[in-house]
Design a binder for this molecule. Structure first.
Ligand SMILES: Cc1ncc(C[n+]2csc(CCOP(=O)(O)OP(=O)(O)O)c2C)c(N)n1
Length: 599
């Protein structure tokens, strides 16, 4: 089954078989390549039903986050290419319009689908086109503020946007927040209504007892009414609500989608799915099967684990400490902390903007907040960082995980911009550890630091070095070259490459553990004729570490020759970290060549 047209030729009774074979394919490819397992297993029937009813690519299906679009890829001409999922040169793990006309819009970050759907629907109205617009959004993505901005607009615009709410009660971990509780009430009220009718039918056939029982139940009506009346949120916003429906019953879904397709008003179809459906290990533990890695190198150690352990130890000594995550407790290493210090752990949902401003207030009121967040998702909190944290100069510590090249998630998840956007913020200090030992020292340093601080690190490191104690704004010389000609200035992951290249060119290697502020004393000391200084960083060049060094030395009328090595100022859809680093020249060979070619 490789195209929607072929799918539509089948009878509804054949569709369960299609779903089963798609599910098998997903499991076998994700086992090899890694990927988003449980979310995709939960949406197979839903996707089959959508493609059976809607006519893509004329109709547009927008998958929120896009991590659950594997069945969609398999059904839209990419069944064979699916073997190359998330591999360099292979298909992306997320919708990518450049890859297929069936992928309506770029996705990777959560909560965008409703705004996208409304934009498409408005464009269709303006152009007089007949197209359906469907947004598939999870209950987790519905914790993101952007989704509410869009709902607000959808309710008032009255365009025929179809919102399929894929409710599995899970974000990556168990979903959180008031909306999640509201959705639970919707599920329960439907079950209650069904149960009530069933009980009524059953007891009415029992003589004597039956009548009394029914009267008792009538009294309970008030309770039922209260639940049903309070279940009108979407409708009161101007969005038709229908459901909840069984998201694994293809026949039912086809019927519902066929009906809502012709509606001229916004409609939300509430669908209940099991995350991980069909694979016992994924259904029993959907959170740990959310994203699975293909092959993992055993000599890599996790920065997130170092962070999590440190925070557990420190929270025992310091009751000001609070940990905040935007739905990423597992990925950022906070799982143990969450169970040890539940009252000082906050999962705010996929709400990075809220998390940042919330931390600013916690810090302003004397707490010590740590916001652990992936670099790519912190982009959401730019204004909150600038306006709410930095202007007030509050002691929020950002633990910026998965910084730099990220590998198989590709272009939407690269953490290559944080040095640029963090460095430009007044009052912000930016550090980057090169190994676990240095990470611990930086975290220890953070405990006594009272201004905004970002510690940025990639997923893993390989070995630990001995380090000098952290001193604010001071770099650490790790190797001294005899000729005092070549200086390799690098921090974080790039430092390993600099160390490996150093002996071939007799270079001094400087661990630039502070990206902001720069070590002015060091730079003034080497700003001489004859010195050849190379900066290396796992960030885009524009606005990054190298540019800061260049600007500093230029302002001082530099005598040194400088070369900057960084990622290109463009989007990078490489799927493995080593090739990304290699392509950007962050390699031993290139460092040696670059040094030799610096005239
Ligand atoms: C802005 C942003 N923050 C965090 C993430 C990481 N993330 C990917 S999927 C996901 C959970 C999504 O839950 P839901 O929308 O319910 O989809 P499900 O996986 O349950 O199908 C999270 C937090 C993201 N993609 N975007």
């Amino acid at each position: 089954m490789t195209t929607p047209t072929e799918l539509k030729r089948l009878n509804i009774s054949d569709l369960d078989g299609v779903a089963a074979s798609i599910r098998e394919r997903i499991v076998s490819v994700v086992e090899k390549n890694g990927g988003h397992l449980s979310s995709n297993l939960g949406t197979v029937e839903l996707t089959v039903a959508l493609h059976y009813v809607f006519d893509c690519p004329n109709d547009r299906i927008i998958f929120d986050v896009g991590h659950q679009a594997y069945a969609h890829k398999i059904l839209t001409g990419r069944a064979d290419a699916f073997d190359g999922l998330r591999k360099n040169g292979g298909i992306s793990g997320f919708p990518k319009p450049a890859e297929s006309e069936y992928d309506a819009f770029v996705a990777g970050h959560a909560s965008t689908s409703l705004s996208v759907a409304l934009g498409f629907a408005e464009a269709a109205r303006q152009k007089g086109e007949l197209r359906s617009t469907v947004a598939v959004i999870g209950d987790g993505a519905l914790t993101g503020g952007l989704a509410y901005e869009a709902l607000n607009a959808i309710g008032s615009e009255k365009l025929p946007v179809i919102i399929v709410l894929n409710d599995n009660e899970m974000s990556i971990s168990k979903n959180v927040g008031a909306m999640s509780k509201y959705l639970t009430r919707l599920r329960v009220s439907k079950k209650y209504a069904r149960l009530k009718n069933e009980i009524k039918r059953a007891v009415s056939v029992i003589p004597f007892f039956g009548d009394g029982a029914i009267r008792l139940m009538e009294k309970g009506k008030l309770f039922l009414k209260r639940i049903v009346l309070s279940n009108k949120m979407f409708e009161e916003m101007g969005i038709n609500y229908c459901g909840p429906f069984d998201g694994h019953n293809i026949g039912e879904l086809v019927e519902v989608f066929s009906q809502v397709r012709s509606k001229k008003v916004p409609t939300l179809v509430h669908v209940i799915t099991d995350k991980g459906r069909g694979l016992p290990s994924a259904t029993t533990d959907p959170a740990h099967s959310h994203g699975v890695s293909g092959s993992v190198s055993s000599d890599e150690k996790s920065f997130s684990a170092v962070f999590g352990e440190f925070l557990c130890d420190s929270a025992a000594r310091d009751d000001r400490i609070m940990a905040v995550t935007a739905a990423m407790a597992i990925g950022t290493g906070l799982e143990n902390y969450a169970s040890q210090y539940p009252s000082r752990f906050k999962d705010v949902g996929i709400a990075e903007e809220h998390a940042v401003t919330y931390c600013a207030a916690l810090a302003a009121a004397g707490m010590k907040p740590y916001f652990a967040v992936y670099s790519t998702f912190l982009q959401r909190g730019f204004d909150q960082l600038l306006h709410d944290v930095c202007i007030g100069n509050y002691g929020v510590t950002l633990c910026v995980d998965r910084a730099g090249a990220v590998g198989s998630d590709g272009v939407t998840h690269q953490g290559m911009f944080d040095l640029s956007y963090l460095s430009l913020m007044p009052n912000m200090t930016v550090m980057c550890p090169s190994d676990g030992a240095e990470m611990r020292d930086m975290l220890e340093f953070s405990l006594g630091f009272t201004s905004p601080l970002a510690i940025r690190y990639p997923k893993s490191y390989t070995a630990e070095r001995e380090h000098l104690p952290i001193e604010y704004g001071k770099w650490e010389t790790l190797r001294v070259g005899q000729s005092k000609t070549y200086y390799l200035c690098a921090g974080g992951r790039a430092l390993d490459v600099a160390m490996a290249a150093a002996s071939a060119i007799d270079a001094t290697v400087v661990n630039c553990r502070f990206i902001k502020p720069l070590d002015a004393e060091f730079l003034d000391g080497v700003n001489k004729r004859g010195v050849k200084l190379i900066t290396v960083e796992d960030n885009v060049g524009r606005g990054g570490f190298g540019e800061s060094v260049l600007a500093y030395l230029n302002a001082k009328k530099s005598g040194a020759r400088i070369k900057m090595i960084a990622h290109a100022d463009e989007f990078c859809d490489d799927r493995d970290i080593s090739s990304t680093l290699m392509n950007s020249g962050i390699s031993v060979e290139n460092l040696i060549d670059a040094a030799k070619n610096l005239e």
